[in-house]
Design a protein around this ligand. Structure first.
Ligand code: F6R
Length: 261
């Protein structure tokens, strides 16, 4: 695992966007895993700008989102399909048929989960997965106690997640109680993972995810098992990390990061 500390949210999100852009330029048929949430909005703004100003080309890539609420129509402004259209897809030259999210309206949700996994496999697996982290440590909606080998499935959302995501629904009572999410095992099979966390509300969970023991109580700790995982944080989210100087030293000296310094 690598940890990169950026001065602020804007710089951290810009770095994630530039990593995506570099991978996409190197491989136009990239299979890109995407996340939603407040943190990612800034990344998508940067990607849209790169498309507009540098002609970053999405025409041949495919995307797979981590998760979707159960029971929301794509036209519902709180659905993740709506979020992705609104923040990214309709601003870039991606073919909508190449954008995949789990179908939270499927009559057979278990079959939908198996189908989602099979579709990811059919396109050769995910090359680069972008991740956020919830306050309770989830990646995707892999809530505490998610098996580290779990696959795409339906998960009940925890009270912490309901609280974290309630605002756009008006209240927790109006929120779906369940979501389809890629599993921790599914995420660990992605060839590269980049997790972005910004703001002081993520400081405690980031220190646990990066420096704590691997535990199903905090699914982000599973990234410690991944051969190519990068955690990008701003100074606020880095505040509780014990080994900040070491991470800064690695970033300053690792040739791979030369063009981003
Ligand atoms: C959503 C997802 C979640 C979010 C996490 C952080 O697709 O994968 O794990 O990344 O809940 O959300 P924000 O950025 O809103 O704090």
């Amino acid at each position: 695992m690598e940890v990169i500390i950026q001065p602020n949210q804007e710089a951290a999100a810009s770095l994630v966007a530039h990593i995506v852009a570099r991978e996409l330029r190197a491989n136009p048929t990239l299979v890109l895993g995407l996340a939603t949430g407040k943190t990612m909005e800034c990344v998508y703004r940067h990607l849209v700008r790169l498309h507009q100003t540098e002609k970053l080309d999405f025409s041949l890539c495919r995307t797979f989102n981590l998760d979707e609420y159960v029971g929301l129509f794509p036209s519902d402004p709180n659905s993740y399909r709506y979020y992705m259209n609104h923040h990214l897809f309709r601003h870039v030259n991606i073919d909508p048929r190449n954008t995949y999210l789990p179908n939270g309206l499927a009559t057979d949700l278990d079959e939908e989960c198996r189908h989602y996994e099979a579709t990811i496999k059919r396109f050769g697996g995910i090359d680069l997965q972008v991740l956020g982290i919830g306050k309770a440590g989830h990646i995707g909606f892999n809530e505490p106690l998610s098996a580290l080998r779990s696959r795409t499935r339906v998960k009940a959302l925890t009270p912490t997640t309901l609280k974290q995501n309630a605002a756009p629904f008006g209240s927790e009572e109006n929120m779906p109680r369940r979501a389809i999410t890629m599993g921790v095992g599914t995420i660990l099979e992605c060839r590269r993972c980049v997790l972005l966390a910004t703001g002081d509300s993520k400081a405690t969970v980031i220190s646990k995810a990066v420096e704590g023991p691997i535990t199903s109580m905090i699914s982000a700790t599973a990234l410690q098992l991944h051969a190519r995982a990068t955690v990008i944080v701003d100074e606020e989210a880095a505040a509780s990390l014990a080994e900040k100087d070491y991470y800064r030293w690695i970033f300053a000296n690792e040739p791979e990061w030369e063009e981003y310094r």
